[in-house]
Design a protein around this ligand. Structure first.
Ligand SMILES: [Zn+2]
Length: 298
């Protein structure tokens, strides 16, 4: 589908979540590659280079296939590629993830379901090995590379002439998941709030997101998302008591107890990112660093 600004949008199906992911092709640069399931329309599309916004499966999973079909080089953020290898390239990631959820109060059966799911998922995420690494300040075919951590630690945006290829940094109407996971930066929500502020300052004219329609007021959307997380921070603080609750228990209070294992994983990670931000803002205290973690009201 042709959009404004010479942007071609290629939409691929997803089995879960928003049910679709957008890739964008602009002047020979393909941004993101979908999950990599089924046939993708890369051959003959005039793709000269491939850029990845972040390592989540719906964006990077088709990178190896896209590179093979087109012969194009793949560009990925330095930190993002390190995390991509750690998560999709290591056999023990699902076990590490399960241990992490147990440490945050998830019952064993909830944590163990993640192991099976994690292994099933890793098998079909075919990221491109040894991509060209890019960083804040790099340029790629006239696009400025902007590091926008939050949804993923190494999340990149690509900015040219007021057009931001946004990945999942800003979405509308859904709000991007901001979770804390093992081996990641300690305060992803703090990172995200700063990245939203940066978006307001960069003031792109339009953002093309990984899911949903183009965003015509990215700075306005960034302000809404800051407000959303401020409210969620307040709600999270209100859940706390002086006896201490695990992040899993806080997630039950915030998101209810009727979630699938996948939804629960997002809920706990999201709760944790808010708890850690609260700790830094003086709105919560953490204890139990050597066993199960709990958080209390200050
Ligand atoms: Zn996505």
């Amino acid at each position: 589908m042709s959009l404004e600004d010479g942007v071609r949008r290629l939409t691929l199906p997803l089995p879960t979540g928003p049910k679709h992911v957008h890739c964008y092709l602009v002047d020979g640069t393909l941004f993101d590659t979908g999950l990599g399931l089924g046939d993708a329309p890369w051959e003959g599309a005039g793709i000269e280079r491939i850029a990845i916004t972040h390592f989540h499966p719906d964006h990077v999973g088709g990178a190896a296939a896209a590179a093979a079909a087109t012969g194009a080089p793949v560009f990925q953020g330095g930190l993002d590629y390190a995390q991509c290898e750690r998560v999709w390239g290591s056999a023990d990631w699902p076990e590490r993830m399960a241990a992490w959820f147990r440490q945050h109060g998830a019952p064993a059966e909830v944590a163990d379901e993640l192991i099976e799911q994690g292994h099933a998922f890793a098998a079909f995420v075919k990221y491109a090995l040894d991509p060209d690494l890019i960083y804040e300040g790099s340029t790629l075919a006239g696009w400025d590379v902007v590091e926008l951590p939050g949804h993923a630690d190494g999340h990149l945006g690509f900015l040219r002439d007021g057009v931001l290829i946004a990945g999942d940094h800003v979405l509308q109407p859904i709000s991007p998941a901001i979770g804390l996971y093992p081996d990641s930066r300690p305060d992803p929500l703090g990172d995200y709030l700063a990245s939203l502020q940066r978006t307001i300052e960069l003031a792109p004219r339009i953002a093309y997101p990984g899911h949903g329609e183009p965003i015509h007021d990215p700075a306005g959307r960034a302000r809404e998302l800051i407000e959303h997380h401020r409210r969620r921070l307040d709600q999270t603080g209100t859940c706390l008591n002086h006896q201490g609750l695990t992040p899993f228990e806080v997630s039950l209070r915030l998101f209810g107890d009727d979630l699938s294992p996948t939804q629960r994983r997002f809920a706990v990670a999201e709760t944790l990112s808010h708890l850690e931000r609260l700790v830094r803002e003086g709105g919560a205290a953490r204890s139990g660093d050597d066993g199960t973690l709990t958080y209390t009201a200050p």
